[in-house]
Design a protein around this ligand. Structure first.
Ligand SMILES: Cc1cc2nc3c(=O)[nH]c(=O)nc-3n(C[C@H](O)[C@H](O)[C@H](O)COP(=O)(O)OP(=O)(O)OC[C@H]3O[C@@H](n4cnc5c(N)ncnc54)[C@H](O)[C@@H]3O)c2cc1C
Length: 304
């Protein structure tokens, strides 16, 4: 049920989306950890988004943009200001007929993989099994098995925190390993993908191959946030952690996964503090034993 108020007595005329107060970030992150967001806004379309951004900017409220929350650790006291959640609108996918696909930032990666398979377009198969949204995948330059978003993104549309629209082409995004250089005040609203025509058999085969590889190494049933650390050049972070003897170690309800040592799982009541302490312990031990300083891949946000 849309709520037409945003902040005490302020009303948004024409706002079509939803607004939640004190939204527990546990419900919006794959690791099921995090204190409350003061306000979570679900804009329905660009007009809604611009309205919210202009308002937040006029009040100097901080704004955080949430995708699927699958690469995120939110601290235990939550997020002050406004969290923008694009999952309710921004969900349109279009095929332009010249092997190009346009997807809203809130579209789930798996939906787009399936869409491309149906349209016999190849190039996104690597993303099967990567959770989260298109917006998050662009921002993180998500990738697996030799493929990454960088290879297929032609350009993105974005809106800045003052409500102005921008376009960034692939080169301007300066993609690198698990990151891009989108300015920090930009919200991706739409991505344009350039794919190749493929045969249904080839596409299905690649999807199955990637799915099977993932199942063999990452069959993790507990809440987690994907790889905690980036892989240093030439060696998987998981192997370093395992060789440092840390597989399976516990800190209260946070555990280095028994299945894949670069994952931390939440056994039920883990806090962000537990996960951060475990991360610090792993970095310290791996550095002492291997001489390599691991860099985190996950984004850590919010207040302690
Ligand atoms: C089980 C599991 C397996 C995973 N496997 C992989 C893998 O193989 N490869 C891989 O690369 N990752 C993997 N991940 C990590 C994660 O799924 C990806 O990084 C994903 O792309 C994050 O997308 P998200 O929508 O969840 O982003 P979030 O986690 O919500 O956000 C991540 C960052 O992106 C920013 N962001 C989100 N949306 C937007 C937007 N519209 N505009 C601007 N900024 C935005 C956020 O502010 C935040 O800084 C895995 C995670 C899990 C839980």
């Amino acid at each position: 049920m849309p709520v037409p108020v945003f902040y005490s007595n302020v009303h948004f005329t024409g706002f079509k989306g939803q607004i939640l107060f004190d939204a527990s970030m546990k419900d919006y992150t794959s690791i099921k950890i995090g204190g409350p967001a003061d306000v979570m806004v679900f804009p329905n379309d660009e007009d809604d988004l611009i309205m919210v951004l202009k308002f937040a900017s006029s009040k100097n409220f901080p704004v955080f943009i949430l995708g699927g929350g699958t690469n995120l650790l939110v601290r235990d006291n939550g997020i002050r200001g406004v969290v923008i959640n694009l999952s309710e609108g921004f969900d349109e996918v279009l095929c332009r007929g010249d092997n190009r696909v346009i997807a809203g930032a809130g579209v789930r990666l798996i939906e787009l993989v399936n869409f491309c398979r149906e349209k016999e377009l190849s190039g996104l198969e690597f993303a099967v099994g990567i959770p989260g949204t298109i917006g998050g995948a662009v921002f993180m330059n998500a990738g697996a098995y030799g493929g990454e978003m960088k290879d297929i993104i032609e350009k993105v549309e974005a809106i800045d925190l003052k409500g102005q629209k921008h376009i960034f082409d692939n080169a301007a995004l300066k993609f690198s390993y698990r990151r891009c250089e989108l300015p920090s005040d930009m919200i991706v609203t739409k991505a344009y993908l350039k794919l190749k025509k493929g045969t249904p058999e080839e596409i299905k085969k690649r999807i199955k191959e990637f799915r099977d590889r993932r199942k063999a190494t990452q069959a993790i049933n507990l809440p987690n946030t994907g790889s905690i650390f980036k892989n240093p050049k030439g060696v998987p972070a998981g192997r370093l952690i395992e060789e440092a003897g840390l597989r399976g170690i516990l800190l209260r309800d946070a555990q280095i996964s028994e299945v894949h040592a670069n994952y931390i799982v939440n056994l039920g009541r883990a806090t962000a503090m537990d996960v951060l302490a475990l991360i610090a312990m792993v970095r310290d031990k791996v550095f002492k034993i291997k001489g390599i300083l691991l860099e985190t891949e996950i984004k850590v946000v919010g207040e302690d």
